[in-house]
Ligand binder design. Structure first.
Ligand code: HEM
Length: 341
């Protein structure tokens, strides 16, 4: 958006706390279907908390828009080059009379900040964690870097073309976001009845087999109640479904030894269509996919050229939780050792 929030140094702002509160409330309501009815929810403490958090977030975005407009007024008319980022474009559409209200712009900022920030940070963190635990993979990444940039002593300006050449790094990131999908589940509201084939086994909550985690309709019936005799399953159009991407990625039917971090799966290109969906699929898939991969690649490239990544001492396994994005309750910790270059 072209705005610096200094979030690295001042993470504990009211904005960050409010976003955290909102994600917790959304997750809580997702996992407890009876909490999803709006009318009783309005009388709960969580609703009050949600409204307060929304006010803070709204004020934050209003301030961003206000300060951008102020900066505009100080720019010479012809200085188009300074109006190039995403927020600038949205404001420019508005100035040119397009039907975009301030609320529309705030919604866009919200979608992009929330959709593009924690997701990429999560993917980057877990990929670094995987590299620290797999020195042989890290070594191969380093070899690829040396092939592209020459000696590690060089301090290159990484270009788009360089990033495109990092094919092994692609495989590593793809495998990391298979094992640790930054968005472990997505939701859909059905617009028509859906007949599921019998091979998609439904298990109420936390399935390990299919793509379906749980489905619940407006009367709080679960899909299990409607299961037909022949093992097939019809989901009526009143239902919302949650697709468990994490479960899909860990299904041994599609990934042999699924808990193992093994980038060779992607080097050998042996992935079946629609089994690796960290960015979802279909018309509402992730619009920021290519940008995210470029960001992650450029960070990893720089980090591995300067540091050797090692497991933290003592070693530990992350305790995974879903907070809309995947998170580790006990943190994601690694050690860094400066490389002798
Ligand atoms: C590794 C990083 C990322 C992952 C794993 C990821 C994953 C996803 C997934 C799974 C969805 C689909 C949600 C659904 O189907 O309900 C999605 C949607 C979206 N993502 Fe990403 N995302 C990432 C990075 C980004 C970035 C960097 C941006 C923006 C610059 C972004 C912007 C969006 C937007 C705007 C949508 C909504 C698209 C729509 O509804 O039409 N994402 N993302």
């Amino acid at each position: 958006m072209g705005i610096s929030t200094d979030a690295q140094r001042s993470g504990n702002t009211s904005y960050c706390r409010s976003i955290e509160a909102l994600t917790q409330i959304v997750m809580h309501r997702t996992m407890h279907p009876y909490k999803r009815f709006d009318f009783p929810f309005r009388f709960s403490n969580e609703y009050q908390k949600q409204q307060e958090a929304l006010k803070v977030v709204d004020a934050f975005y209003e301030e961003i828009i206000r300060s951008k407009r102020e900066a505009y007024s100080e720019l010479p008319e012809e200085d188009e080059a300074s109006k190039q980022n995403f927020l600038d474009q949205l404001l420019r559409y508005q100035e040119n009379g397009e039907a975009l209200s301030d609320k529309d712009i705030k919604d866009e900022i919200n979608t992009f900040v929330l959709g593009g920030h924690d997701t990429t940070a999560t993917a980057l963190s877990f990929t670094l964690y995987c590299l620290a635990r797999h020195p042989e993979v890290q070594e191969k990444i380093l070899e690829e870097q040396e092939k592209i940039f020459g000696s590690l002593e060089n301090e290159p300006q990484t270009t788009y073309a360089d990033l495109q050449e990092m094919k092994y790094m692609d495989a590593v990131i793809n495998e990391s976001i298979r094992v640790f999908p930054p968005i472990p589940m997505i939701g859909r509201k059905l617009t028509g009845d859906i007949q599921l084939d019998s091979y998609l086994v439904y298990v109420d909550r936390g399935t390990v087999d299919g793509c379906l985690c749980y489905a619940v309709d407006s009367r709080c019936r679960t899909a299990m109640d409607n299961e037909s005799q022949d093992n097939g399953l019809t989901l009526p159009d009143t239902m919302s479904v949650v697709c468990a991407l994490y479960a899909l990625h860990h299904n041994p039917k599609y990934f042999s030894d699924p808990e193992k971090f093994d980038p060779e799966r992607f080097v050998k290109d042996e992935i079946l269509p629609h089994t690796h969906l960290p960015f979802s699929t279909g018309p509402r898939n992730c619009i920021g996919k290519k940008f995210a991969i470029l960001q992650i690649k450029s960070c990893i490239s720089k980090i591995v050229r300067h540091f050797k990544l090692l497991p933290s001492v003592p070693e530990y396994d992350p305790e995974l939780v879903c907070q809309i994005t995947l998170a580790s309750q006990n943190g994601i910790r690694i050690s860094l050792q400066k490389r002798n270059r």
